[in-house]
Design a protein around this ligand. Structure first.
Ligand code: SF4
Length: 467
């Protein structure tokens, strides 16, 4: 159970941190402009977005069937499918596999789904040392921090901070440039790849038709993590399912252009089952942990399209709030616009009540989202839902509806007071009205009080027509 989070408080120190602001702004700007150039150079991108949305609608419209199809095909290909209802079950599955193997060392490629279940915290308790192999994740692990971006986890750090960190933790020379820092990390990581018993990965896509997983990286660490250790465990959210193998190229075009502005990323690793006889590389055991953790209920609700998210990060790079505060202020594995919506949906409105407010409703996130997820609309819906929950909870707690409906005079008086308050509020000068507590009055008019009789008087006049 997560404790309740306060975005306003958490973001106050982030806004004041100039190094963080400059580092986040620099990388977000770069990714944003690279995306824009890549999209402009691909004339069919808008049609591709529509196609991607329709393919994902097909999956989210019948999620259980697609999950079953994927797991059947995976097992037919020799892999093992495991179902985890929540984070606790997923961690238990992974640690049981590790204990059964007597594993002591694991390498891991970047997986936000593994972050979601706090796998790195649980594995040492099962006697397994984990090494992150994505450069950004490796930096974060050395620093003892959490990722602050779903694609660029160390976006909040600049070169000087990373050089100082490597000097302190890996004993490298002080003040190294980027090229030398990469060489230091590569040397440290190669040894860990060779010593690992288990490779832990996520998957960008899980293909129902064939039971295949696809991992997209730029550093090759996903391929080494899945190819060198004898056992691979992939932690895969059930939202990663796509229908067919022939859909993969289209989704890759959408993902890589939106994430890093590339026509295709450096490595796309496509895995169907464990290593077969005669093959030279790949794990002899492949386990795929299919994580639900609150996803299934979304498929039949008003936020269904959140299941279509490709985790490309484009909405983060375009968001003025994310760019001002970075990712840690969200105190969730999923920051930025997609996290504002996903975190309350997965972990509860009581925990992340203020994240829907971390949004100016400027609409830039929806403009860049490759899956056309209506993020501003979802922010608004969550605000309404939250207001409804709060107001309704307070009213029911005070038994207000019961009291009002049993006392007509009280009911009419309460309505009259409400009308008067709204009329007075609407007549206040701008400077005072916009200073009223609550964000609504800053940029919106108070609603018009409804003129005419209340329901009781209305009914008194008309009930004879219905008798
Ligand atoms: S919501 Fe859209 S833009 Fe944001 S990470 Fe998901 S797919 Fe990318």
């Amino acid at each position: 159970m997560k404790s309740s989070h306060n975005f306003r408080k958490a973001s106050a120190s982030a806004v004041a941190d100039e190094v963080l602001g400059a580092a986040v702004g620099k990388t977000a700007d770069l990714l944003f402009s690279m995306r824009a150039a890549a999209v402009a150079a691909y004339p069919g991108f808008e049609e591709l977005r529509d196609w991607g949305r329709s393919r994902k609608m097909e999956v989210s419209g019948d999620l259980a069937t697609f999950v079953r199809r994927f797991s059947d095909r995976l097992e037919a290909a020799g892999g093992a499918a495991h179902f985890a209802r929540d984070a606790r079950e997923a961690v238990e599955i992974v640690t049981n596999i590790a204990r059964g193997l007597g594993a002591v060392a694991a390498v891991k490629s970047k997986s936000m789904t593994a972050e979601e279940i706090s796998l790195n915290e649980a594995l040492p308790e099962a006697g397994v040392t984990v090494t992150e192999t994505d450069l950004g994740e490796f930096i974060i692990q050395l620093a003892g921090e959490k990722p602050s971006h779903i694609v660029a986890p160390a976006i909040h750090k600049d070169r000087a901070q990373v050089a100082a960190l490597f000097h302190e933790t890996l004993g490298s020379a002080p003040g190294l440039d980027v090229g030398d820092l990469v060489r230091v990390a590569r040397k440290a990581l190669r040894e860990r790849f060779l010593a690992a018993d288990i490779g832990i990965t996520g998957a960008n896509f899980a293909i129902a038709e064939t039971g295949t997983i696809a991992i997209v990286t730029n550093e090759g660490n996903g391929r080494l993590t899945s190819a060198l250790p004898a056992v691979q465990i992939a932690i895969v959210g059930i939202d990663k399912i796509i229908p067919k193998l022939s859909d993969l190229p289209g989704f890759l075009r959408l993902l890589t252009r939106s994430a890093t502005g590339q026509a295709v990323s450096s490595y796309v690793t496509v895995i169907t089952g464990p290593r077969r006889q005669g093959e030279e590389e790949g794990p002899s055991e492949l386990h795929v942990v299919l994580l639900d953790n609150g996803r299934s209920p979304l498929a039949s609700g008003p936020f269904r399209e959140m299941l279509h998210c490709l985790h490309c990060g484009a909405c983060l790079n375009s968001c003025p709030v994310y760019r001002a505060v970075g990712g840690h202020a969200y105190e969730s594995v999923y920051p930025g616009p997609m996290g504002d919506v996903l975190s309350p949906l997965l972990w509860g409105m009581d925990v992340y009540a203020d994240l829907p407010d971390a949004c100016t409703l400027c609409g830039r996130c929806a403009e860049v989202c490759p899956m056309r997820i209506p993020l501003p609309e979802y922010h608004r819906k969550l605000r309404v839902l939250r207001a409804g929950l709060k107001g309704e909870a307070a009213a029911w707690k005070a038994e207000a509806p019961a009291i009002l409906t049993q006392h007509p005079l009280l009911y009419r008086t309460a309505l009259g007071i409400m009308r008067r308050v709204l009329s007075l509020g609407r007549r206040l000068p701008d400077g005072i009205r916009t200073g009223l507590p609550g964000a609504w009055t800053v940029c919106r008019e108070l609603p018009h009080p409804r003129e005419g009789p209340d329901f009781r008087s209305w009914w008194e006049k008309r009930k004879s027509c219905h008798e």
